[in-house]
Design a protein around this ligand. Structure first.
Ligand SMILES: Cc1cc2nc3c(=O)[nH]c(=O)nc-3n(C[C@H](O)[C@H](O)[C@H](O)COP(=O)(O)OP(=O)(O)OC[C@H]3O[C@@H](n4cnc5c(N)ncnc54)[C@H](O)[C@@H]3O)c2cc1C
Length: 383
């Protein structure tokens, strides 16, 4: 049988494949599910080899690739090794607010080391009373003589106890604007209480939890950009990362679809291969079309991002579609591998659990629909 799927080509594909193989990323990603921990060793190796921050400019230690090329490589990384290291590769993109509005000193202390895999910088927006409705966040940033004093709680955040620093979003009290402001906060300071809460369904290596701030002093220089502008900075980042995450989910789903197509062509039941049954073959044919259509759409959004077009709605839709069709294909992979598919002997159940986060993190699927719907109707002439 011919290969049912060829990965999109890229000049860096061979180098990436060699890295994945030499660092045994596939096996490592599976181990991190069973023994959750932040993969510091691989983080450092990826930084040293240039696999963190694919779109980050070369002057900051990144690859300086277009967003579309980054999508192709992340798709490949997820295809070959699961979601873990593709998401790890994205950490500098998740800190683009630091990159774009951080001072030179902050860039040297935190952003360049992040791209080099030497310092981990998390993102803290969510609070007990503010998730989807992030605008409702309450963490207070009170002005003091040399900066701000932060008090409040962040929840659900990745790398709760592992991050060396975090982009923390708080509300400045008594300012001209009531808006939300971003700060770079080292996580070892006094007044910061961090804990991992619960065990996640998937992506366990992120060890999510809560971080509480009690009168934590943040110097003025650690404010990112202007007061009240926090969300205006993070909006563009969310759009880019949603489109790139869509490429990741489609990569791991496509790998599982390839394995399943091969498996059902070989596995015999009732004297013939499973693939001879339409009940098995037709869902896999549907998945082929859905994954391909999803990928074409995602590619288009990534290319439009490179042309600096405004694609908030399309990126939201790309993540929502990619998550849905990927989960469907992964469910079929579990189903058509039978009892072993349901077990962690095979990778599909973990992949399903990992991709399931895509319906909630970086904006839930319902919120992605709200973003897409808002744009759809606001484009039409008022009646
Ligand atoms: C794997 C993972 C990693 C994460 N990492 C981070 C991180 O690093 N930093 C961080 O700050 N946060 C992080 N989060 C938190 C994440 O951003 C929030 O969980 C998410 O925004 C949803 O917020 P919530 O959990 O409060 O759910 P809620 O806002 O309470 O929503 C619950 C449900 O209601 C739906 N809903 C809400 N409003 C509407 C509406 N108007 N219409 C229709 N449906 C609606 C939502 O879609 C969702 O299905 C992470 C979450 C996950 C799962």
């Amino acid at each position: 049988m011919s290969e049912p799927y060829e990965l999109p080509p890229d000049p860096l594909a061979g180098e990436l494949d060699a890295f994945i193989e030499s660092h045994e990323l596939s096996a490592r990603g599976r181990l991190l599910d069973r023994e959750p921990a932040f993969p510091r060793r691989e983080f450092e190796s990826m930084g040293a080899a240039g696999w963190l921050g694919l779109t980050t400019p070369v002057s900051f230690g990144g690859r300086g690739l277009s967003i579309a090329r980054a999508g192709v490589l992340l798709h490949r990384l997820a295809f070959r090794s699961g979601t873990t290291f593709a998401k790890l590769s994205l950490q500098p993109e998740f800190a683009s607010v630091l990159h774009e509005v951080g001072s030179e000193a902050l860039l040297d202390t935190w952003y360049r080391p992040l791209v080099a895999g030497r310092r981990l910088v998390g993102n803290q927006i969510t609070e007990p009373g503010a998730g989807s409705d992030a605008q409702a966040l309450q963490l207070a940033a009170r002005r003091d003589p040399t900066g701000y004093s932060l008090s409040g709680e962040k929840t659900e955040v990745a790398f709760a106890t592992e991050a060396d620093a975090a982009l923390v979003y708080g509300r400045v009290e008594g300012g001209e604007t009531d808006g939300v402001t971003a700060f770079l906060v080292p996580q070892e300071g006094s007044g910061i209480l961090r804990q991992v809460v619960g065990t996640d369904l998937g992506e366990r290596w992120q060890r999510r939890g809560s971080v509480t701030y009690r009168h934590v002093h943040v110097p003025l220089e650690s404010r990112l950009g202007e007061e009240g502008e926090g969300f205006s900075y993070v909006r563009a980042e969310l759009t880019r990362e949603r489109a790139l995450l869509a490429a990741v989910y489609l990569g791991v789903a496509r790998a599982s679809w390839v394995d399943t197509v091969k498996h059902v062509g070989r596995r015999m039941a009732f004297g013939r291969p499973l693939s001879a049954n339409q009940a098995v073959a037709f869902p896999l044919v549907d998945d082929e079309g859905d994954l391909a259509a999803g990928w074409l759409y995602v590619r288009q959004v990534l290319e439009r991002l490179d042309r600096a077009e405004e694609v908030d709605a399309e990126a939201a839709l790309a993540k929502s579609i990619a998550t849905r069709v990927s989960l469907q294909a992964l469910d079929h992979a579990i189903q058509f591998h039978g009892g072993r598919g349901y077990s962690n002997e095979l990778p599909f159940e973990q992949r399903w659990r990992d991709v399931r986060s895509g319906s909630i993190a970086h904006g839930s699927s319902e919120i992605m629909h709200l973003v897409a719907a808002r744009r759809l109707w606001s484009r039409r002439p008022a009646s």
